[in-house]
Design a protein around this ligand. Structure first.
Ligand SMILES: Cc1cc2nc3c(=O)[nH]c(=O)nc-3n(C[C@H](O)[C@H](O)[C@H](O)COP(=O)(O)OP(=O)(O)OC[C@H]3O[C@@H](n4cnc5c(N)ncnc54)[C@H](O)[C@@H]3O)c2cc1C
Length: 386
């Protein structure tokens, strides 16, 4: 067994830190205050090759899961809100297009998406369908040459920022559960699309948007993947993108921990530094251990995916453990700052809130447990190897 990060990725890591020092750190405070991520940041990410894909002789190819996880962890340490906006574009939008798009769809959108010029999001959740994705009610009615879409997508990250959305809708209402939904590429400037940015307290400065589709015409060529296979497609996209959200959530935990450690060393109480109080040092040891355990499961999930192995269980375990670690570490770190932690623009304030968001986006903690349990039940004995 080798637990080390490959040397070439460490090199990439240094390049990433220098990119973030130049392009994210100087501006992130302003973006948080304004609640907006400028599109120019995506152009800069694209120009420097950080949008998850790269050109090769075979065309655009996806970066390895480990590479992407290291990227999202680094973004998440600085700003989970910025990290989620990039992850939605790359791991829901581009990934969905890459996995299920036709050659023509990919040619049309992927190159400009990888340059950060065209931005993508995914609208699945509805007022009556969250964890239970099969309850989607948005309708796609077939007409000559295309489809008419009607419905509401209630929580869409990047819904305001994006140009295109991948959308699920019922195309075949009479079909069995697994054949009722299809996915569509919706141009968000189409007639009948309206967007309302929601007021939220997590993952600032990304936007969370309610998307309404009223008689939106979608041409046949914008059906994404196969008609009637939308449920399995969107669940597959979520399984894969769970690695990215786990990574940015690990970054949330680590970012909070690093800030708190720094404060704990400097802050003097009762004649000694906070970090030297044994009660606090035990908490630090415990949280560090939890983060390390979460990271190892995440690296294992990436390793299995990159090696072509089945990784569904590991990706849900990683999401579960990273979220638990971020929730515990985020609240603990905020406590260590005392009253300062409640001030909106204090750097520690965002971490507990953003850890909470991680427990919802791309499957709640209960949903991860459901997936893990199903995978345990499907396993052949012995469960723990020989
Ligand atoms: C900040 C943020 C960003 C988001 N971005 C997007 C996005 O870009 N695109 C998108 O489509 N959606 C997005 N979502 C929606 C998110 O995916 C859903 O909130 C999530 O899937 C849960 O759905 P729900 O909110 O309808 O809760 P529900 O499904 O109603 O769940 C409510 C509670 O019931 C529990 N529960 C549900 N089923 C079970 C079960 N079988 N067993 C035990 N407990 C259960 C849940 O764990 C939860 O605690 C976002 C949400 C947030 C908060």
């Amino acid at each position: 067994m080798d637990f080390s990060i490959p040397a070439e990725m460490n090199e990439e890591g240094k390049r990433l830190q220098s990119f973030l020092a130049g392009h994210l750190l100087p501006s992130v405070g302003l973006w948080h205050a304004q609640g907006v991520i400028p599109r120019s940041f995506f152009l800069e990410l694209g120009r420097d090759g950080w949008l998850g894909f790269q050109s090769s002789q075979q065309g655009l190819v996806e970066r390895s899961s480990l590479w992407q996880a290291l990227l999202f962890r680094s973004l998440g340490k600085i700003s989970p809100g910025v990290a989620v906006a990039v992850a939605v574009h790359v791991s829901l939008g581009m990934k969905g297009l890459f996995l299920y798009g036709s050659d023509a769809q990919k040619e049309k959108l992927l190159p400009s998406a990888v340059r950060g010029e065209t931005l993508l999001c995914l609208g699945n959740t509805e007022p009556t369908a969250g964890s239970d994705v099969a309850q989607i009610a948005a309708r796609a009615e077939k007409i000559r040459g295309g489809w008419i879409l009607n419905g509401i997508k209630s929580y869409v990250t990047n819904g305001t920022l994006s140009d295109w959305a991948l959308v699920t809708a019922v195309s075949d209402p009479a079909a069995e559960r697994n054949r009722r939904l299809s996915m569509f590429l919706v141009d968000l400037t189409s007639d009948g699309v309206s967007r309302r940015r929601l007021n939220k307290q997590v993952w600032i400065p990304s936007d969370l948007t309610r998307l309404q589709l009223k008689d939106v015409h979608v041409p046949d060529e914008n059906l994404l993947g196969k008609r009637g296979r939308g449920l399995s497609q969107v669940l597959d996209i979520f399984t894969q993108s769970r690695l990215s959200i786990s990574a940015l959530t690990l970054g949330t935990a680590q970012g909070a921990f690093e800030l708190a450690m720094d404060h704990g060393r400097k802050r003097k109480v009762f004649g000694q530094s906070l970090a030297d109080l044994q009660a606090k040092s035990f908490e630090m040891a415990e949280l560090f251990t939890r983060m390390e355990a979460a990271a190892l499961v995440l690296w294992k999930a990436c390793w299995k995916k990159d090696g072509g192995m089945e990784y569904r269980m590991e990706t849900s375990m990683a999401k579960y453990l990273c979220t638990e670690a971020a929730r515990q570490t985020g609240s603990w770190a905020a406590d260590l700052f005392g009253a300062a932690s409640v001030i909106l623009d204090h750097p520690i304030h965002k971490y507990p809130m953003d850890a909470w968001a991680s427990s919802l986006g791309e499957g709640t903690q209960d949903v991860q447990k459901l997936i893990i349990f199903r995978e345990i039940m499907a396993k052949k004995k012995p469960l723990f190897g020989g």
